[in-house]
Design a protein around this ligand. Structure first.
Ligand code: FNR
Length: 370
């Protein structure tokens, strides 16, 4: 189908399933075990309802915002997803170029198919990018990578903390992985087991020994804002705040790690409550920012998360499916769809700006309170 027939982010998934090769589809779409969490990620948004306001002048609506102080045309960012070339020969560059055109931030994955510098070089002057970090057992490799990223102008370091071991993604494991390896692996001399899918083949360097005691080391080696990606309860969010980090991403890795992990937006509700109770924090704020990802497919999902206290929301698979089917143009179309959805829904909600999207605009009473 031509791009003009794509009406929502959901549509990209159906197309990608038809046009992608089996390996790529298996790696992108797979999730852990019985795939309960991936289903819940999107379903959780269905339990949150709006309380719109009327008779507010919504002639002009503005859904732009700032993420870690950086301007963004909407409260979303393109989250890190590994192995972009499994879907398209230009891999992550599709995301970089579309992000530039639409004024959104791309989070570059450690395990990109394109090299880190290639992705940075494809950015337009002034374009802001984040980096997702998998921490290597060899901390020297990690230190060099982080410091190189900082020198190249990366604006935030998102340390993935939900993957001490890769989840069991059976759809992916049924495929033998012989696609080209990402550059990161070439710098990493360990033997690669290619017999059990893409995820297993690329993840052996990740350090399961990573712990809270490592946090001061990260602060010593970089001045970039540090964010933990993959926090799943208020206790760890509170600790991250107390350790002086810049924020946390409430995420279950798109359902690819621990099956039966709760959706990020459900965790958001308890984190906001408890950090208010324990530390007097109000969200969103500039000092400690909350992000959510997993299952976000509509501007209404994003608006719900922002109303509940998130600064912004990460979107993963829809953009992978978009470039796998249509290249850079697909990603641009996805971003345009979100813009159009924001415009309409901000009007219907009676929220002229993102600051008007407040807690009272949602009814989250059917979200389980911990
Ligand atoms: C991911 N994700 C991920 N996260 C991370 O920290 N490092 C990584 O290398 C990857 N790789 C990756 C590959 C693929 C194919 C997917 C789908 C996801 C997780 C990602 O950042 C994010 O948490 C989820 O993708 C969000 O869920 P949705 O938007 O895909 O539903």
């Amino acid at each position: 189908p031509s791009l003009s027939e794509i009406l929502s982010l959901h549509d990209f998934e159906a197309i990608a399933r038809q046009v992608m090769n089996e390996k790529g589809w298996a790696y992108y779409s797979s999730a852990a075990d019985d795939e309960i969490t991936i289903r819940e990620n999107h379903a959780a948004y269905h339990r949150i309802w709006f309380r719109p306001r009327i008779l507010r002048n919504v002639t002009h609506v503005d859904w732009s915002t700032k993420i870690l102080g950086i301007p963004s045309s909407m409260p979303i960012y393109i989250t890190a997803t590994a192995l972009g070339k499994l879907g398209h020969p230009d891999g992550e560059l599709n995301l970089t170029r579309a992000a530039a055109k639409y004024g959104v931030i791309q989070m570059i994955p450690t395990l990109a198919s394109c090299s880190f510098d290639e992705i940075l070089d494809a950015a337009t002057p002034g374009q802001s990018q984040f980096l997702q970090l998998y921490v290597n057992k060899d901390r020297d490799i990690t230190r060099k990578f982080v410091q190189h990223a900082e020198r190249r102008g990366i604006k935030g370091l998102f340390i993935t903390v939900d993957a001490p071991q890769l989840g069991r993604r059976e759809k992916d494991m049924r495929q033998k992985f012989d696609a080209e390896e990402p550059d990161e692996m070439e710098r990493n001399s360990e033997k690669v087991d290619r017999s059990q899918g893409a995820a297993r083949a690329i993840s052996s360097f990740i350090d399961p020994g990573l712990c809270w005691e490592d946090i001061p080391w990260f602060k010593k080696i970089t001045k970039m804002p540090l964010i933990l990606k993959g926090v799943q309860c208020w206790e760890d969010a509170l600790r991250a705040y107390d350790e002086g980090l810049a924020g946390v991403v409430l995420s279950n890795h798109g359902g690819r790690q621990l099956d039966f992990a709760r959706s990020g937006v459900e965790v958001l509700v308890e984190v906001v409550d408890k950090l208010k109770e324990k530390r007097g924090l109000a969200f969103p704020n500039d000092k400690f920012q909350l992000f959510v990802d997993g299952g976000v497919r509509r501007a209404t999902d994003v608006i719900k998360a922002v109303a509940l206290g998130a600064t912004a929301v990460g979107i993963g698979r829809p953009f992978l499916y978009a470039f796998s089917s249509y290249g850079q143009e697909g990603v641009e179309k996805g971003l345009q769809i979100l813009h159009d959805e924001f415009e309409m829904n901000m009007r219907l909600l009676g929220a002229p700006t993102m600051k008007d999207v407040v807690r009272d605009m949602v009814d989250a009473s059917s979200v389980h309170q911990h």
